[in-house]
Design a protein around this ligand. Structure first.
Ligand SMILES: Cc1cc2nc3c(=O)[nH]c(=O)nc-3n(C[C@H](O)[C@H](O)[C@H](O)COP(=O)(O)OP(=O)(O)OC[C@H]3O[C@@H](n4cnc5c(N)ncnc54)[C@H](O)[C@@H]3O)c2cc1C
Length: 444
């Protein structure tokens, strides 16, 4: 079997690794001259600036991938996970365990008591939005003060626009097993499933760079795929077109953003226009240098605060990154803000960073992420109508969970399933060889 992988972000790269391990031939096509996709690190005046994810959980899968790429020693782990929410004009520590829910200064006593009532609520329902589910289970105060901002912040989205069926499916599965969200949460933390938050010495992109270097014979950078067409014949096969030529594969995996995938699979996938309608939330990042005497990972801005910024990552405190703080703007909250000039974005970021933290700052740089975060909003219902032909898989952050560990895990599962198909084909072709031998004998 030959597998064509479209996209050299972390999903495509992890899949390249797992297929190589299984001994399956593959080629990965990446449009950009650098690997990593949304994992993008800039080095400005010796400072490490992250334009995509600011950290990842060092799960066994992520650690194994780094080890295989020779950068297992390059992890830098963050200390104690402390996140804040800016609510009612001050920073409050966000609770990250069930015990902390009851100690947090973000909630009144009635708000805390309401959390306990979660065990008496009906299970999550697919048709409700993430906001309705959270409010129904934990009360409005907890939702507005920390659950909404922290959860929506992961996607730059508004939970009021996110269907539980897509955005909370795995959480609802865990709820079903554990009996309640709180129990599921307690179990997960209790079982030590929280791998340490980490980055790499040279920034997040060091991981995809190293994987791409390890498998350079299987990866073609600066090679955008322009079309994918089926090949006529008895076996399923696909022709992948690029500016430098055409290659044939038995199986194709698209890890590209939804609009690109819709373009590439036009004519061979049912409901492809629906795929094109998936919404992404644009994002601008302003990198500040500040002298802030606080420990933690950063903050999200609570709902109801009169601020434009969504939140900030405290890279300086998290990974000892030379006074660097990254402020996020745009998202579903104010997408048009991303179009503003760098000067205006810097002005807003500096002013609001000072409002929240009290610290003065100077600007280092500005970045914009295109296409940004998959929104996981109501446009995701369109996926119901999308059906790819046999031999084509979609594997990226709009079909399954977004986080880097989940991307690596999905790649491994896909490689396992492709290996299974190879084994099956092997036994089928052995069987067909036997029968053709029998036919040949009969013909003799
Ligand atoms: C701003 C932001 C912050 C995040 N923060 C975190 C975080 O803190 N922790 C965490 O775990 N996760 C985080 N995530 C999620 C995670 O980083 C992403 O879900 C994951 O990196 C996506 O990887 P991917 O390979 O599936 O897709 P992508 O990274 O989108 O890769 C797709 C690749 O396809 C390429 N491509 C596009 N068109 C073509 C073409 N025609 N031919 C060939 N190649 C093409 C692109 O150049 C790209 O390299 C964040 C995501 C974003 C956007």
């Amino acid at each position: 079997m030959r597998v064509g992988i479209i996209g050299g972000g972390i999903t495509g790269l992890a899949l390249t690794h797992y297929l190589a391990e299984e001994g399956i031939d593959s080629t990965t096509f990446e449009a950009s001259e650098e690997p990593g996709g949304v994992i993008q690190t800039r080095h400005v005046d010796g400072r490490v600036l992250e334009a995509g994810p600011q950290r990842m959980r060092k799960t066994p899968g992520v650690a194994e991938l780094a080890e295989a790429a020779g950068v297992g020693d390059a992890f830098v782990e963050a200390g104690d996970e402390k996140l804040y929410v800016y609510a009612d004009g001050k920073l409050g520590r966000a609770p990250l365990s069930v015990e902390e829910f009851f100690r947090t200064d973000l909630l009144s006593w009635t708000g805390k008591a309401r959390l306990l009532a979660e065990v008496f609520t009906r299970p999550g329902m697919e048709q409700e939005t993430a906001r309705d589910l959270f409010v129904r289970k934990f009360g409005r105060e907890a939702y507005e003060k920390f659950i909404g901002p922290l959860y929506g912040g992961i996607y730059g989205s508004d939970p009021a626009e996110m269907p539980a069926a897509y955005a909370l499916d795995s959480l609802m599965e865990r709820e079903e097993k554990a009996g309640s969200f709180l129990q599921a949460f307690r179990k997960r933390v209790g079982q030590g499933q929280k791998a340490p938050p980490a980055s790499m010495e040279r920034g997040m992109q060091q991981l995809p760079n190293a994987v791409a270097e390890t498998y350079r014979d299987r990866i073609e950078l600066s090679t955008p795929v322009t079309d994918i067409e089926p090949v006529d014949g008895p076996e399923t096969a696909f022709r992948v077109e690029t500016d430098s030529g055409t290659e044939e594969f038995d199986h194709v995996v698209c890890t590209t953003p939804a609009s690109v995938t819709a373009d590439l699979l036009d004519g061979i996938t049912t409901g492809i226009d629906d795929l094109d309608s998936l919404r992404y939330n644009p994002l601008a990042l302003v990198y500040l240098e500040a002298d802030l005497d606080r420990e933690g990972f950063g903050y999200q801005v609570g709902y109801g605060e009169d601020l434009h910024t969504l939140g900030a990552s405290w890279n300086a405190s998290m990974f000892d990154r030379d006074g660097v703080y990254t402020v996020f703007l745009g998202g579903m909250h104010e997408p048009e803000l991303v179009e503003q000039s760098d000067e205006r974005l810097i002005e807003i970021a500096r002013e609001e960073f000072e409002t929240v933290t009290g610290a003065d700052s100077s600007a280092i740089d500005v970045a914009r992420l295109d296409p940004g975060f998959p929104a996981w909003d109501q446009s995701w219902w369109a996926l119901e109508d999308v059906e790819t032909p046999e031999g084509v898989d979609l594997a990226t952050n709009y079909t399954a969970r977004m986080g880097i560990p989940s991307r690596v895990r999905e790649a491994r599962e896909l490689a396992d399933s492709l290996t299974g198909r190879v084994d099956q084909r092997g036994s089928e072709s052995a069987a067909s060889t036997d029968s053709s031998a029998a036919t040949a004998q009969a013909d003799d």
